[in-house]
Design a protein around this ligand. Structure first.
Ligand SMILES: [Zn+2]
Length: 157
């Protein structure tokens, strides 16, 4: 089973950092679950709207600098924000990124790198939710979101 990125997905990848594009290109080859690149580059205006609507928490989004993508399950011709397929895509992204030795931070667990764990992606999320809870904080989960960590990819690289 091999999927291909559609035209829209390719368009969304324009301007995104080459290392992240390489990971997405590899992930689509190995994923058991088809996906679309829903969001690559964003303008500050678009980001402001998302923060206002509650869909995002920060104006310092990595989407603005080309260091993030949203990969949404594509099922029967539709984008679907559903957990089971999101977990499968996250597995494929992790495998692809580990192969290419590109570190990836996932919206399912912001406080760690997806690429430095081998836990099932479902457990990576529940671990994150647990850690936040023990600190008395809410967990903001964004399952389709993947980014290059700021520590290794500052804004201007
Ligand atoms: Zn995102």
């Amino acid at each position: 089973m091999a999927f291909k990125l559609g035209k829209r997905s390719l368009k969304e990848l324009e301007g995104v950092h080459a290392d992240l594009v390489a990971v997405v290109n590899r992930a689509i080859e190995i994923t058991p679950q088809d996906f679309s690149v829903h969001d690559g580059i964003r303008t500050l205006e678009e980001q402001k709207k998302l923060v206002k609507s509650g869909a995002s928490k920060t104006l310092r989004s990595r989407h603005i600098s080309g260091h993030a993508v949203d990969l949404v399950p594509y099922i029967n011709g539709k984008l679907r924000w559903e957990w089971e397929p999101i977990y499968q895509i996250a597995e494929a992204v992790r495998t692809a990124a580990q192969e290419l030795e590109v570190p990836i931070r996932w919206g399912g667990a912001w406080d760690t790198l997806l690429t430095s764990t081998d836990e099932a992606t479902e457990d990576v999320i529940s671990g994150y939710v647990e850690r936040r809870r023990s600190e008395g904080k809410k967990a903001f989960i964004d399952g389709p979101h993947y980014e290059l960590p700021r520590s290794e990819y500052p804004e201007n690289t």
